[in-house]
Ligand binder design. Structure first.
Ligand SMILES: [Zn+2]
Length: 213
């Protein structure tokens, strides 16, 4: 049934694929992807609450298109491929105790019907066997950040995240992986990491599918 709904075609160029994905990406499209080798350098953050921010891919070309299609046009069949690409990042997964994700405000979650970061976190949870913790909630509804510069983003997102009910026990002393779809200035991830560190997380590392260069 699933294969009828999601035929085995490249999510980049729609070429038919012989091997079963995910990722459902042909060799040509795969070779065009810009895999990032080093964690982000984020000099704008005055105080960085996470250890490192890892991203699998540059936020450009096909990757930008997939994220848009997924987030705004509900192309959920991209999700397993995105998860597989994210998992190609060579992290020491066993260093971490649990996975969490950047939450949406309930109003945006309700309007969109899903949280892109949560679905990616589900993929990584399945692949690593790590626990998924619903650690954070967004307590204020904020404007979309896409058209903001670095300073505006910082102000827009400051102190808008809080701890979920009963999450404390699952955070205390733990090495956490915080997942989001795209990293830009790092201000959103940093605000989330701040809440997690204040809740006595031992370490927080950020993991995103893509990073804006
Ligand atoms: Zn292709």
């Amino acid at each position: 049934m699933l294969s009828l709904l999601f035929p085995n075609r490249c999510i980049g160029c729609e070429a038919w694929l012989e091997s079963k994905g995910p990722p459902q990406i042909c060799a040509r499209c795969h070779s065009g992807l810009n895999f990032l080798k080093t964690p982000a350098h984020l000099p704008r953050l005055k105080k960085q609450y996470f250890e490192n921010a890892y991203s699998a891919l540059a936020y450009e070309g096909d990757v930008l298109d997939w994220v848009h299609q997924y987030k705004y046009y509900r192309q959920f069949h991209f999700v397993p491929s995105m998860g597989a690409l994210l998992f190609q990042l060579e992290l020491e997964w066993e260093r971490y105790d649990a996975i969490t994700y950047v939450p949406l405000h309930w109003r945006r979650q309700w309007m969109r019907g899903f949280n892109p970061a949560h679905l990616l976190a589900d993929q990584i949870t399945k692949k690593t066997g790590l626990a998924l913790v619903h650690a954070l909630k967004k307590t204020k509804h904020t404007k979309p950040q896409a058209k903001m510069d670095g300073e505006e983003r910082l102000q827009n997102i400051k102190d808008v995240f809080g701890l979920s009910k009963n999450a404390l026990r699952q955070i205390n002393g733990k090495n956490l992986l915080l997942i989001d779809d795209v990293l830009t200035t790092g201000s959103t991830a940093n605000e989330c990491a701040k809440v997690l560190k204040n809740a006595k997380a031992k370490t927080v590392a950020v993991l995103t599918l893509a990073r804006a260069l």
